[in-house]
Each structure stands twice: as structure tokens, then as C-alpha cells.
Write a protein that binds this ligand. Structure first.
Ligand SMILES: Nc1nc2c(ncn2[C@@H]2O[C@H](COP(=O)(O)OP(=O)(O)OP(=O)(O)O)[C@@H](O)[C@H]2O)c(=O)[nH]1
Ligand SMILES: [Mg+2]
Length: 314
């Protein structure tokens, strides 16, 4: 049953990443199986292919060298080439995998979702709410994006779908005040988890950061250990822009985990690797679609294998 479940999930991951794995594996295996060994030109071609998947020059060079060292011949089985490539990709992710498990932490467990507009904060929050209520948890969903009326409505729909309680205010209300009240309510009413959405865009970046820091400050007045988790949500389809977003939010030093969304439908899923390496916070979750079941714990080896179109290890 667990095996079935893993397979179902993995299939979605592999399908989601199919554009990445197509670019990566079909072309990479071609480089190996058309040429005997790897000459300098082939090595360069290989590096370019890796860079095209948004792995960045340094990681691409390391991986290309590992592939060169493996000394494939033109008779090599494409699966053998893929396995070495998957191992090389997984090596880069060692130590950058984190777990998100709000139900094993203190109660109420406070989670803040941050990131630029459109990165997938609200959707990710909704998926998490649904998975927690399915486990019987008492969940409070908080519309900390008080900037847009549509944002409040969107989150309310997710909360209803998830069977979670919802808390929001009218447009323009103080988000920090709402966050404070939600944590107070959660403590008084015995909630297990509080999921706080935030705005992705205010008038400017500094205003956005100031608002996030204010939310964190007021939450800490109630519980100095909270927020227990601040998830930075990044959209994989924006490629290297996601890397600079990580730097902007990461510099503010309150991010505890990364969520990479929209890994489906992008040929540039490789961007996850330089981001993982650049960030002090580990990757915790990945999104491969818009539905509830399209969010999953990040497992470096599974991810690396699916990036090259291989099945998970048993
Ligand atoms: N294909 C795909 N779409 C996703 C994924 N995650 C989110 N989306 C879509 O991306 C769009 C933006 O997602 P939101 O959750 O509204 O993003 P947000 O960060 O809350 O945006 P703001 O509220 O504007 O800051 C929506 O259409 C989502 O359905 C994913 O993993 N895959
Ligand atoms: Mg939103």
C-alpha cells in the first residue's frame, strides 16, 4: 500500500518534471551514446545542456566532470548513463533536504508563508491545510494578505475545501494585528496548526519586508518560539529569478524552509539545485501541480531520479 502510494506520487512527479527530464536525459544520453568516450567538445556540449536546465555553471561543471569520469562507451545502456547522472545530481543535494512536520511540533504550531506574488503561497497553504485536516488536525487558516480582496476569497475557498477554520479581515486591515489575534485565538481554542498567508506584493519590496517582519514580531510577543516555520515559496518557472528571490528573503534571516512550486511544466526544474545550495534553509516541499495531492515532501534522491526520468529506488 505504501509502495502503491509512493508510485502514484512519483508518477505525478515524473510527469510533472517530464519537460526537465526530456531536455536533460534525451540530449545527455545522446552525447554519450553517439560518441566514443568524451572528448573536450563533448564535455563542453554536456556542460551546456546542464546549464540549460538552470543548474548554473559551477554545478554543471562538477556534474559534467563526474559523467566524464564514468567513462561510458557508445555501447553504454542509456539507463546506466541516467543512473550516474541521477547520482551526481543527488550528491549536490546532500544536506539540503528538510522535513515539514507541524504535527510533531509544539501546539499551536505557527506556520508563515512568504514569497513574491504569484509564487504559489496561497495554493501551497491550501494543500497543506487539506493534508493536515485529513489527519484529524484542528487547523486555522489566516488571510494575512489583507491587501487584495480576491486573495481573501481565494484562501477562504481553500479553507472550505480543506475543512479548516478561516480567519480574515476587510481589505486594508493591519495584517500583523490579524496575525496576533489568530495566534491568540489558536492558543485559547486549542488549535493544532495555524497557517498564515501573506501578501506577495505591496507598494514596494521594502514595505513588503517591513510588513513580514512586523508580523513575525507580533507573533513572537505571544510565543517567542513562533513562527515555528517560515516557508519561502518559490516558483520554479521563473528560473534564476527564484535564486535572487531566495537571496532577498533569505537575507532577512527568518526563512526556515523552502517550497519549490510549479515544477510541472517547466524544462528548468534544475533550478532547484542551485537554490538549495545557495540557501541556508533546506528544501522541504515541492509542488508539481495545482491540486491538493500535488504537494509532496522533498526527497533529494527521488527528485534527482525523476529529473532524469528514472523510477524511484525500491
Ligand atoms: N502548475 C502549477 N501551478 C501552481 C502550482 N502552485 C501554484 N500554482 C498556480 O500558480 C498560481 C498562483 O498561485 P497562488 O497560490 O495564488 O500564488 P500566491 O503566491 O498566493 O500569489 P499572491 O497572492 O498574488 O502573492 C495559481 O494559478 C496556482 O494555481 C504548482 O505546483 N503547479
Ligand atoms: Mg496569495
Amino acid at each position: 500500500m505504501a509502495e502503491e502510494k509512493k508510485k502514484g506520487w512519483f508518477q505525478r512527479l515524473t510527469e510533472g518534471l517530464s519537460r526537465t527530464s526530456q531536455t536533460l536525459t534525451e540530449q545527455v544520453t545522446q552525447v554519450f551514446t553517439q560518441k566514443e568516450g568524451l572528448d573536450a567538445a563533448a564535455l563542453e556540449e554536456l556542460e551546456d545542456l546542464l546549464i540549460e536546465s538552470d543548474l548554473g555553471p559551477a554545478i554543471s561543471a562538477t556534474i559534467a566532470q563526474k559523467m566524464a569520469d564514468a567513462r561510458f562507451s557508445s555501447a553504454s545502456d542509456p539507463n546506466a548513463v541516467r543512473t550516474v547522472l541521477a547520482d551526481a545530481l543527488a550528491d549536490e543535494l546532500v544536506g539540503h533536504e528538510g522535513t515539514f512536520d507541524p504535527l510533531s511540533g509544539p501546539r499551536p504550531y505557527i506556520v508563515l508563508f512568504v514569497g513574491v506574488n504569484g509564487s504559489g503561497k496561497t495554493t501551497t497553504l491550501g494543500k497543506i491545510a487539506a493534508s493536515l485536516t485529513a489527519k484529524g488536525a484542528k487547523v486555522l487558516v489566516v488571510a494575512g494578505d489583507t491587501f487584495r480582496a480576491a486573495a481573501v476569497e481565494q484562501l477562504k475557498i481553500w479553507a472550505q475545501r480543506a475543512n479548516a477554520d478561516f480567519m480574515g479581515r476587510k481589505t486594508g486591515a493591519d495584517a500583523a494585528g490579524l496575525a496576533f489575534d489568530s495566534v491568540t485565538k489558536a492558543k485559547e481554542e486549542g488549535y493544532d496548526v495555524v497557517l498564515i498567508d501573506t501578501a506577495g506584493r505591496l507598494q514596494n519590496k521594502q514595505q513588503l519586508m517591513d510588513e513580514l517582519l512586523k508580523i513575525v514580531r507580533v507573533i513572537k510577543r505571544i510565543d517567542p518560539e513562533a513562527p515555528h516555520e517560515t516557508l519561502l515559496v518559490l516558483d520554479a518557472t521563473v528560473g534564476r529569478n527564484a535564486l535572487s528571490q531566495e537571496q532577498i528573503f533569505g537575507r532577512q534571516a527568518f526563512v526556515s524552509g523552502l517550497v519549490m512550486t510549479k515544477l510541472d511544466g517547466t524544462a528548468r526544474g534544475g533550478i532547484l539545485i542551485p537554490i538549495a545550495k545557495a540557501s541556508d534553509a533546506p528544501i522541504k516541499l515541492i509542488g508539481v501541480g495545482e491540486d491538493i495531492e500535488d504537494l509532496h515532501a522533498f526527497k533529494a534522491r527521488d527528485f534527482a531520479r525523476s529529473m532524469v526520468g528514472l523510477e524511484p529506488e525500491a
